[in-house]
Design a protein around this ligand. Structure first.
Ligand code: GAL
Length: 471
């Protein structure tokens, strides 16, 4: 008995001591959780520019509505090219064949006439230009009334004091389309890289050709009979220079290199520096990406388009860091990479390799930019199955974040017109990161790790009220 009592007392003291310790730990944990929640709410508010998740949902609700249809390809009737008719007398045309056939009776569905053009000069006149609607696939005019020539392009946002300006760089293809030889792809001579500026992403002023093609010297990379594609520009905060990277090639796409140009101003002129095969590998479709920490990367299709390579640029962005390169999406044959980042995760949209013909886009995600990259599936939502499988008859070129709207981006793509490349169109659509990914991924043990990337088809859409350019 005594023994028990003897033992009981210290146990009781011990219990109350440990209870006190555990309560203390509990309090500390509660406080920690509270401060974490508070911090998260605070930083979310910061990210949303003073709004909240509901605010964003209200702004973007319309853009995330699924708009079915819009690309019902009717059975073809009427006149078409005698050559095409001879080739396939009995079978009906696939939508892609219709798209590529310059004599297709439904060509106006893919390339509507100038009369429907997006026209800033018509703003406020009840014309198709009014109310700043984007109409994917329609002709898009600049503030001089000319069709915008910025194909395979990208957009750079430059903030000076309180004013922000968007610069859209792209291939000026405003020349005759021809085939250099019978089996060669349709092409236009190099004219140069155009730049357009805008405060609202809808009204674009032509800033001219900021990197011009070379008319006379056949040994120059930019000689008109060569190839200059997919120019992209980033700003280097250390050197205060605007740096342009682009795909440089010869007429047969055997040079397979990247070119670099630099300027002290966003509107140029850019000085062309040199071309090379990055890391010693062939490089065709490409893009560059500047990360939040100021490091920049190049992503290019390599090994005859079988895989993508990703590598860091040097601190001045004028070269690649030697020996820092990862092969990604090996054997997947992807091109037209467009890379972006959301809440610490890297995302990328790519296309398949079918020249000017549209094909199915894929979205990929990675925790580290150097990989591993995983494929999440086709991001296209709405329209028709046929148009989803053809990226709404376009090919990715860039994904532009919308400031103040986290998770909201503009997917920028080209609707190539191989019969008249200068009359190729732009397909800009809202891209939203959110919700669970469709496919469980290899590394996620059955749980979807990534958010879904969705590109919503809209026959017409505009930026949400209260966001950039909309009052
Ligand atoms: C595509 C590429 C375009 C252009 C075209 C030429 O595959 O994405 O940028 O090079 O081929 O046929």
């Amino acid at each position: 008995m005594r023994v028990r009592i003897k033992h009981r007392k210290p146990i009781g003291r011990c219990c109350s001591l440990s209870a006190a310790v555990w309560s203390l730990v509990g309090c500390v944990l509660l406080l920690h959780c509270y401060s974490l929640l508070h911090h998260q709410r605070h930083s979310n508010k910061g990210k949303m520019g003073g709004g909240d998740v509901e605010f964003r949902a209200r702004l973007t609700h319309e853009l995330e509505e699924i708009e079915e249809g819009g690309f019902q390809v009717p059975p073809p009737k009427g006149r078409r090219s005698p050559r095409a008719a001879k080739r396939r007398p009995r079978r009906s045309f696939t939508p892609i064949e219709e798209f590529l056939d310059e004599y297709s009776p439904i060509r106006h569905l893919f390339f509507p006439d100038r009369i429907t053009a997006i026209d800033p000069l018509m703003e406020g006149n009840n014309g198709s230009g009014s109310s700043r609607y984007f109409y994917p696939g329609r002709m898009w005019l600049d503030t001089d009334g000319n069709p915008i020539q910025a194909h395979g392009g990208g957009v750079l946002y430059v903030k000076k004091r309180s004013e922000g300006t968007y610069y859209w760089y792209g291939e000026n293809k405003d020349g005759p389309t021809y085939h250099a030889h019978r089996r060669g792809a349709a092409r236009v001579d190099i004219i140069g890289v155009s730049c357009y500026s805008s405060n609202d992403l809808w009204t674009w002023k032509n800033e001219g050709i900021v990197l011009a093609g070379e008319e006379t010297d056949p040994s120059h990379d930019l000689y008109k009979l060569n190839v200059l594609e997919r120019p992209k520009v980033i700003y280097n905060d250390k050197t205060h220079k605007y740096v342009m990277w682009m795909h440089i090639d010869d007429v047969n796409y055997t040079k397979a290199s990247v070119g670099v140009a630099v300027s002290g101003h966003p509107t140029g002129p850019f000085e062309y520096l040199y071309s090379k095969q990055p890391h010693g590998f062939d490089s065709r479709d490409m893009t560059i990406f500047k990360d939040d920490d100021g490091l920049a990367y190049i992503i290019y299709s390599s090994d005859d388009n079988c895989e993508l390579h990703i590598g860091r640029l040097t601190d001045d962005y004028l070269d690649v860091v030697p020996n820092v390169m990862r092969r990604i999406l090996v054997g997947k044959r992807r091109e037209a990479p467009a890379l972006f980042k959301h809440q610490g995760t890297y995302y990328m949209i790519t296309s398949g390799c079918t020249g000017w013909a549209p094909n199915e886009a894929l979205a990929h995600a990675a925790e580290s930019i150097m990989g591993p990259w995983e494929t999440m599936g086709n991001p296209c939502v709405g329209g028709t199955k046929v148009s989803q499988d053809a990226t709404f008859f376009s090919q990715s070129t860039y994904v532009l974040p919308l400031p103040g709207l986290p998770g909201m981006f503009i997917f920028m793509a080209d609707r190539w017109n191989p019969a008249e490349l200068n009359n190729s169109r732009y397909v800009w659509l809202p891209l939203v990161v959110g919700g669970a990914a469709d496919r469980p991924l290899e590394y996620s043990f059955g749980f979807p790790l990534w958010s879904r990337v969705s590109i919503y088809w809209h026959r017409r859409w505009r930026l949400p009220n209260g966001s950039i350019g909309q009052k």
